[in-house]
Ligand binder design. Structure first.
Ligand code: G6P
Ligand code: MG
Length: 226
């Protein structure tokens, strides 16, 4: 394992909750109700894909012109940005800063593969920008998760082959993207929504170098057919 690639929302900090609240609020304004179970399907996917899924869910696919959709997304992002403006280093999820330190000690590179265009601002507020040797710009990608492009781009930024990378995700679409990229997939959450992950933890404080490395060794044995 030469690199660990992190998702942001729901892995490094709990902004997945703020995305949910912002979409719930915005969807209500156009007469659509969403709940936490539906929200699982929005995790990891980009803004445009999220709105499309919400419109289909509310039976409103095709109801809005492109300019109206842009306005709905602008409102969601504005509300979301209000929710994240007071983030501080205290908002790092448990265990994450210790894991960054352990990876540094082990000379393992770190990159960010988040679909969020707000990611750089969030890393700044959390005070962890300097931990990353690579941050993928999601606006420069042709395909969103579950396509592997974002994880392959992160590996390329670090100059590490995908077969030497582990990646950590809280979303179904993210785990699928990691597996298609040919990487070791670590899921944060529950088994039902993270099927396909090579290793699952329920909370970020379980994410130690020791656990990742044990999982990595097992994964390599299976991969090599030992
Ligand atoms: C992440 C989150 C999604 C969010 C997406 C786009 O992948 O998991 O819930 O929709 O980023 O975020 P943005 O900040 O660009 O709207
Ligand atoms: Mg996430």
């Amino acid at each position: 394992m030469k690199a660990v690639i992190f998702d942001l929302d729901g892995v490094i900090t709990d902004t997945a909750e703020y995305h949910y609240l912002a979409w719930k609020h915005t969807a209500e304004q156009i007469g659509i109700e969403i709940d936490r179970s539906f929200n699982e399907r929005l995790k990891g996917i980009n803004r445009e894909q999220s709105l499309d899924k919400i419109l289909i869910h509310g039976g409103a696919a095709g109801k809005f012109q492109e300019a109206e959709k842009q306005e709905i997304m602008r409102r969601k992002n504005q509300y979301y940005q209000q929710l994240i403006q007071n983030l501080t280093p205290h908002d790092l999820l448990p265990g994450i800063s210790v894991l960054f330190a352990e990876l540094k000690r082990e000379h393992i590179s770190i990159a960010l593969a988040s679909s969020s265009r707000n990611a750089p601002a969030i890393l700044q507020r959390l005070g962890v920008m300097d931990e990353f040797q690579g941050v993928v710009d999601p606006a420069a990608l042709a395909h969103g998760k579950p396509d592997p492009e974002i994880f392959l781009t992160a590996a390329a930024l670090l100059g590490v082959p995908p077969s030497e990378c582990a990646a950590i995700e809280d979303a179904e679409a993210g785990i699928a993207a990691i597996k298609s990229a040919g990487m070791f997939a670590v899921g944060v959450g529950d088994e039902t929504s993270l099927r396909g992950a090579d290793l699952i933890v329920h909370n970020t404080n379980e994410l130690t170098f020791e656990l990742l490395n044990e999982g990595w060794q097992r994964y390599c044995c299976i991969r090599e057919g030992k």
